[in-house]
Design a protein around this ligand. Structure first.
Ligand code: FAD
Length: 447
């Protein structure tokens, strides 16, 4: 039986490694963080969340919530860790990032079938079954090797991360605890702004000094992770319809909806760290302190992590990959995670699960495999990235637009809700069948 070599122990690589090993395949897992870290990675642990601690919506009426439930049924290690390390976040699933990563690291390092190598892989291995899951910040020699192998000249674009501040430094005489529309109790801290404060803040934001973008000569911004200063420059009210939207919030001091409102979300289980929701930025660090300090409640904020801006690397998957995330031109070479053009923590995890499954089946010599289903979110994403008909390929979050349309029509005020519920039931039924086959193949003792 062949082994599987996996490069990168991020969300995708960790999921793939654990699945393949639990299906009875030996795995060599290469992770470089102990010798070199990307600018966004800070710890030595596996599956590190590089930005927000939120894994987004929990409800299955939402595509990302449904994807999480699909992964749970399939026995995902990442979802097991997420559920164990959850912190309060209203209608979302957010985690304590340290607990989350250390649970995954423990499970992988103690698995008898997984050998971990703390090394930087500089070249795509020339043979064998290989999964490249080195993430959106892949660089150096491996980046060149991927470029050579895929023939993609242009592999990157830009992304940005939000700052984290300490709870004790937030002025709670100005900020207040509340969740939008009262969903989830007092999970969020809100910093309300009146019109004058908002206008002054926006003015400072659009004119603030930004970090120099050294390595690249052009900037393409992914709409789902747009720097706050870019959003501010798009129009006076753009932020009030985005991260500063006040709807569903009532300032207890005025009894009214604020003109604009920043929300801060708990980032660790202890509740000492809060992130500025939607405030990904590439302002220079002293500028972040000055400009974000204009928001009522954040005047004296202590920054536990400043927002940063990084590259985002992905291959031209529709021209290169099959729906198994396998190279069409090199049997046994898989890609997984954000670098395939799926966008987001859970989406990266899902692609790691799929690539890990097919790599393991190849190693075991099993040809009767389950194909990615268009009625599930996990399967529809695999089909999207491998769709050779796509003219322009952009990274994509999980969404119901990728899933096969539901045949029946729904009526009434809540027809969207009914439709999404029907899509979710259909997906979970299909996933249930796949899960019983996959889970039935798992080795209970890991060997
Ligand atoms: C700055 C930034 C902020 C983001 N914020 C969010 C967010 O808030 N929410 C969200 O859902 N998504 C976010 N994303 C997008 C994406 O979901 C994450 O990047 C996610 O971590 C991708 O998972 P991955 O497994 O593909 O890669 P990663 O989690 O980055 O894992 C890749 C791993 O490979 C290792 N590695 C790299 N090169 C080598 C090598 N040559 N040899 C050995 N090991 C190597 C790395 O050290 C790393 O551990 C963000 C991305 C970036 C860049």
């Amino acid at each position: 039986m062949s082994k599987v070599t996996i490069v990168g122990a991020g969300l995708a690589g960790s999921e793939a490694a654990y699945l393949a090993a639990s299906l009875g395949v030996d795995v060599d897992l290469y992770e470089m963080k102990k010798v070199r870290k990307s600018p966004a990675h800070h710890s030595d642990g596996f599956a590190e969340l590089v930005c927000s601690n939120s894994l987004r919506a929990a409800s299955t009426e939402n595509a990302i919530g449904l994807l999480k439930e699909e992964l749970r049924q399939l026995g995902s290690l990442i979802m097991e860790a997420a559920d164990r390390s959850a912190v309060p976040a209203g209608g979302a699933l957010a985690v304590d990032r340290e607990e989350f990563s250390s649970y995954i690291t423990g499970k992988i390092t103690s698995h008898p079938r997984i050998s971990v190598f703390h090394e930087e892989m500089e070249k795509i291995p020339s043979d064998g079954i290989v999964i490249i899951a080195t993430g959106p910040l892949t660089d150096g020699a491996l980046y060149d090797s991927i470029r050579e192998m895929t023939g993609c000249d242009d592999l990157h674009f830009f992304d940005a991360a939000a700052p984290i501040v300490s709870l004790e430094s937030i002025d709670m005489t100005k900020a207040f605890r509340q969740s939008r529309y009262g969903k989830g109790g007092d999970d969020y801290i809100n910093c309300p702004m009146n019109r004058d404060e908002y206008i002054a803040f926006r003015e400072a934001l659009v004119t603030a000094e930004r970090a120099e973008v050294k390595d690249f000569d052009r900037e393409i911004v992914f709409e789902g992770c747009m720097p706050i200063e870019t959003m501010a420059s798009r129009g006076e009210d753009t932020m009030r319809f985005g991260p500063l939207k006040p709807v569903g919030l009532v300032d207890p001091r005025t009894g009214e909806e604020p003109y604009a409102c920043l929300q801060l979300r708990q980032d660790d289980r202890a509740g000492t760290m809060y992130n500025l929701v939607g405030f990904q930025t590439r302002l220079k660090w002293p500028e972040q302190k000055r400009v974000f300090g204009m928001i009522p409640g954040l005047e004296y904020a202590e920054y536990l992590r400043y927002g940063v801006m990084h590259r985002n690397t992905y291959i031209n998957s529709p021209q290169l990959l099959t729906p198994h995330y396998e190279m069409r031109k090199r049997h046994g070479l898989f890609f997984a995670g954000q670098m395939t053009g799926v966008e987001g923590y859970i989406e990266s995890t899902a692609s790691g699960f799929v690539a890990g499954y097919y790599a393991a089946m190849e190693a075991l010599g099993v040809s009767d495999v389950i194909e990615p289903s268009q009625v599930t979110v996990i399967g529809s994403m695999a089909n999207y990235v491998a769709d050779s008909r796509l003219k322009s390929f952009v990274p994509m979050n999980a969404n119901f637009g990728l899933v096969a349309p539901y045949p029946a029509k729904f009526k009434g005020k809540d027809k969207k809700k009914q439709k999404n519920q029907a899509i979710a039931s259909r997906a979970l039924e299909a996933v249930g069948e796949a899960a019983s086959k996959i889970n039935g193949m798992r080795c209970s003792d890991g060997v």
